[in-house]
Design a protein around this ligand. Sequence first.
Ligand code: SAJ
Length: 426
Amino acid sequence: QKVSMIGLGYIGLPTAALIASRGMQVLGVDTKEEVVKTVAAGTIHISEPDLDGLVSKVVSSGALRTSTKPEPADVFMIAVPTPIDRDNRPDLSMVRAAVDSITDVLEPGNLVILESTSPIGTTEGIATQILERRPDLHVGANGKTNGNGQTNGHANSTINVAYCPERVLPGKILTELINNDRCIGGVTPACTRRAQRFYKSFVRGACVATTARAAELVKLTENAYRDANIAFANELSMICDRFDINVWEVIDLANRHPRVNVLRPGPGVGGHCIAVDPWFIIDSAPDLARVMRMSREVNLDKTQKIIEQAEALIEDHPYANVACCGLAFKANIDDLRESPAMEVARHLAAKYGSRIKIVEPNLRRPHPELAALGVEFMTIDEAIHCCEIAVLLVDHDEFKMVPLAERRHLDVIDTRGVWQDMPARA
Ligand code: SAJ
C-alpha cells in the first residue's frame, strides 16, 4: 500500500516512520520546506526517544520519502495542528488546507483518515468538502459493500473517509502508537471497516469500531476528563492554602479511601492537548459544558494564583534572587507548549529582571523561548547557591534529587509537592 501522511509533526512523523517500517511506501508531506528537507536527510526536527534511529532507517531504505505536495496514494492520513484561536474557538484552517491539497489527487478506492483532534462533525465536513470539488466521487455509502469496502452501485467512484484520533503520550509515542487501543469511526460503516483494516496492519492494540462523531468526542472526552480531574486537585490546593492545611497530606490521606484518587495539583495545566481540547466541546455546546468550562477556568486561575504568591514572597525579600525551577509543561521533557511554568517564569522575568534565574535541565541552549526571557539560565546547583527564593514549577527528577541540606536556606513555593521535607516557612 502507498500511504501519504499530511503533516510531519509530533504525530505525523512517528506514524509515517512506523508505517514505513512495516513495509508500506510512505510519502511524508509538510508545507514547511525545512521540515521536508530535515526528514529527507534522515534526521528529525522534534525530540522523541528512538524516533531519530527509526526515521534514519526508513529514509535510507527508501520506504519514507518527503515532499511539500501530495501525490496519488491508497491511503491519506491527516495529522495537522488544530489549535484554538484567541476566543478559544477551534481553528480548522490547517485541516481544510490539508483536505484541499489532496482533493485533486484522490482516486476511487482511496481511504482518507483524519487523526488530528477535532470538534464533532469535522470528519463529515471533510467528506462534504471533498465531494464539493470532486462530484465524480462518492463517500462509502451505507448498504451492501464488496470486499474492498466499496459500495455496490458506486464501485468505481467510492472513497472512504474516517476519523481515528491519536492518543499517544509524548515521550512514549512509538510504543503507544503500536500498543494503544484505537477507536475508529467512519462517516459510514463501510468507511469504518476499511479504516479498521488499515490500522490492524500496524496496531497491536484493539481497533474498535464506532461512528466518526463518536470517535471525535471520545478523544475530546479523554482530555476534558483529565482536565476536570486536575482542576479538582488545583481547586483543593487553593482551599488548603486559605486554611493553611498541607494539600499533599490531605490528598495522600483521602486517596487511602478505596474509591478516591485525587490527582496532583500543579501550577496549572499545560501541553497542547489537555489545556486545549476541552474548548472544542465547550465551543460546540456552551450551554451544557458547564463542568468543563469551570475546570478550564480553575486550571487557568491556578497559574495566576502561583504568580500572585510568588510576587508576594519576592516583594517581602527585596534583595533576594529567585530560582524558577522548571519551564516544561510536565516532568522530564523539554516541551514548552502551553506550559504554565513558562507563563510564571515569563511574568516574573518581566517584572523582576535579573533577580530571576531560570533552571530547565531538559533544554539545551540556545533556545529562542529562553533568550526571549532575557534572564540568566543556570543549573539547579548554581541556582540554589545564588538564590534565596525558589519557585518549583516542574517535578523534574533533577529537582527531586537535591538533598534537603543544600536547599534548607531557601524560601520555597513548591507547586508540585516535590520538596515536602522543607521546614515550614515562618
Ligand atoms: N498534570 C497535573 N496533575 C496531574 C497530572 C497532570 O497538574 O496529576 C498536568 C501536567 O503537569 C501537564 C498537564 O497536566 O501540565 C498534562 O499532562 P498529562 O501527562 O496529563 O498529559 P499530556 O498532555 O502529556 O498527554 C495527554 C494524554 N491524555 C490523557 O492522559 C487523557 C495523552 O494520552 C494524549 O494522547 C495527549 O494528551 C494528546 O495528544 O491528546
